[in-house]
Design a protein around this ligand. Structure first.
Ligand code: GDP
Ligand code: MN
Length: 384
């Protein structure tokens, strides 16, 4: 789950990472009240989950309440790269001497945590990686050992952080690592991490992504969940407890098991198609879940064909078949189904489908995953 900047800063604050005082505002009046409380000058910042807000006009400095009114009025409702600004964060403005970059993420290949640190912050780190890769210090951290103050200091020196900021940055790196691990983040990024003229170091921006698998031990994440911006398809899927991720292709996909679902996406791509979604109906999928899954896929107007890929283990073929028949009697599917049904009770399942009186252009059965992918893609690409 991705957090907004203001939520990320609130999360940082729990781990003693210094941030500027501020408040979130949904209206112009709230923005002025937040500015009065934070103390002028302030910065009014669009809260959208996309970078480059400054360039898009979504970040403005204000010296007076009237300026806050003007800027908040302009920014609220603004469209930034397809994201509607519903709220702004208003914080006390900082004087900036230097802008640095710091982040922790997981390097899956190395099976370690990865610190990235650079004295060239404030711009997108991808741009730095391109123009001056040596300016980014990468440090792998063994999750068992963590990062010591000495290692953090050493990284700061190697990254050519200014002398007067080294201690502050090292302290920040230790705190940010605690936030990343104890806070169960997939990503904790500060860009820019600033050095102020008074020698202090603090986080001017926050990009935090939380690991949903750890949600069970974080009841406090519920407040973040409330503002999470899912697309309509994802919201519908969540009400049915489906593991669904919306994509922008044309082949709707239903599979049982995350591994098979991912392979299905790969095969669809391999034969020239694009997936409209990832959907894992899980190990013990029954008729109701299949019907719910088809409902969610059918909601997506881009879907031109539906590829159901089931290899039954715990999932039973006849349950899957009943779900499809049930769903087709309830909703008028906008796209034909191509199904590959194999494994436990696949024979019974195929029989149910064959005898359900569904016309052959609405439900096509194929013996293998590759055949089914080809058929689904041919329909979606309009070349059948
Ligand atoms: P992003 O562009 O969406 O990543 O938004 P940031 O929060 O990183 O802000 C972008 C830029 O706005 C920063 O790199 C700063 O240069 C500037 N900025 C943000 N907050 C302040 C502030 O309090 N004071 C000053 N002087 N500039 C700020
Ligand atoms: Mn930023």
């Amino acid at each position: 789950m991705d957090l907004f900047e203001y939520q990320g800063k609130q999360y940082f604050a729990r781990f003693d990472i210094p941030v500027s005082p501020g408040d979130v505002a949904y209206t112009v009046d709230e923005a002025v009240a937040a500015a009065d409380a934070a103390g002028y000058p302030v910065v009014v910042k669009a809260q959208v989950q996309v970078g480059g807000r400054g360039k898009a006009g979504g970040i403005k400095l204000a010296d007076t309440a009237d300026e806050v009114r003007l800027h908040a009025g302009n920014i609220l409702g603004m469209d930034i790269k397809g994201h509607l600004v519903k709220r702004v964060w208003v914080e006390h403005a900082s004087d900036i001497s230097k802008e640095y970059y710091a982040s922790y993420s997981l390097d899956r290949a190395a099976k370690k945590h990865l610190l990235m640190l650079s004295a060239q912050g404030g711009v997108e780190i991808e741009a730095v990686a391109e123009s001056d890769p040596d300016a980014i210090v990468m440090l792998h951290i063994d999750p068992v050992d963590g990062i010591s103050s000495e290692a953090a200091r050493d990284a700061a020196v190697r990254a050519k952080i200014d002398d007067e900021a080294v201690d502050g940055v090292a302290d920040m790196l230790v705190k940010l690592y605690r936030c990343f691990t104890e806070g169960d983040c997939d990503l904790a990024e500060i860009n820019p991490l600033i050095l102020r003229p008074d020698g202090g170091v603090h986080a001017l921006d926050a990009k935090v992504s939380l690991d949903n698998n750890a949600a069970f031990r974080h009841p406090e994440w519920d407040e973040f969940r409330a503002t999470e911006e899912l697309d309509e398809r994802e919201q519908l899927a969540r009400t049915h407890d489906l593991q669904y991720i919306g994509l922008d292709g044309t082949v709707g996909i239903i599979a049982n098991g995350a591994g098979l679902a991912m392979s299905t996406l790969d095969v669809v791509n391999q034969v020239g198609g694009t997936a409209a979604n990832f959907l894992d109906i899980g190990g013990g999928a029954n008729a109701d879940m299949m019907a719910a899954a088809l409902g969610v896929i059918n909601f997506d107007e881009n879907v031109k064909s539906i590829f159901i890929n089931i290899f039954g283990g715990i999932t039973r073929g006849e349950e899957v078949a009943k779900g499809i028949v049930e769903a087709m009697s309830r909703v008028d599917l906008r796209a034909p189904i191509v199904i590959r049904l194999d494994g436990t009770n696949a024979e019974e399942g195929r029989e149910i489908l064959a005898n359900a009186g569904i016309s052959a252009d609405k439900l096509i059965s194929k013996p293998t995953m590759l055949d089914a992918a080809r058929a689904a893609v041919a329909i979606a690409n309009g070349s059948n």
